[in-house]
Design a protein around this ligand. Structure first.
Ligand code: IDP
Ligand code: MG
Length: 160
């Protein structure tokens, strides 16, 4: 039994995180990126981007039947977003914890939505809800060549 081998077999995940237009307009981009940076995950993609309507519709296709869907598409396309791809063991669930509950009034203090937002329709950030969606959404929002494979110098100081 070799613990370091078991650790190296742990699944490295990808998640897609996005500062929504309200977060960009409110000047929260640096604050939000720094929370993920300080946690210790690896940034593999980053861009400021005006989302076309078709992409917003594809991203949120599971919510198409909801009454708020049209206003959600308007919201996401109302100004530039900041698209991020983050990588690491356990990054999908951990990012969701850093982000907090969908309704910012229910989100715990210390989370991004709990600290920085008040309404579900202006909840400043998106994060993928499963490893499968992390891969799917990263591929949806980033083109080939926009992601970087690299080794942060801090890697041996984050995981034994
Ligand atoms: P999540 O972003 O926490 O994963 P989802 O249920 O997947 O939450 O909903 C996606 C997004 O749709 C939310 O982040 C929010 O912007 C919007 N949304 C969800 N529920 C409502 C609602 O009841 N009113 C308005 N917007 C909503
Ligand atoms: Mg969701």
């Amino acid at each position: 039994f070799l613990p370091h081998l078991v650790a190296s077999l742990e699944q490295v995940e990808q998640t897609y995180v996005m500062v929504k237009p309200d977060g960009v307009q409110r000047g929260l981009v640096g604050e939000i990126i720094s929370r993920f940076e300080r946690k210790g995950f690896k940034l593999t993609g980053l861009k400021l981007f005006q989302c076309p309507k078709e992409l917003a519709e594809e991203h949120y296709k599971d919510l198409k039947a909801k009454a708020f869907y049209p206003s959600l598409i308007d919201y996401i396309t109302s100004g530039p977003v900041v698209c991020m791809a983050w990588e690491g063991v356990g990054v999908v669930a951990s990012a969701r914890k850093l982000i907090g509950s969908t309704d910012p009034l229910q989100a715990e203090p210390g989370t991004i939505r709990g600290d920085l937002a008040v309404q579900t329709g202006r909840n400043v950030i998106h994060g993928s809800d499963s490893p499968e969606n992390g891969k799917r959404e990263t591929a949806l929002w980033f083109k080939e060549g926009e992601l970087c494979e690299w080794t942060p110098v801090q890697a041996p100081w984050l995981r034994e």
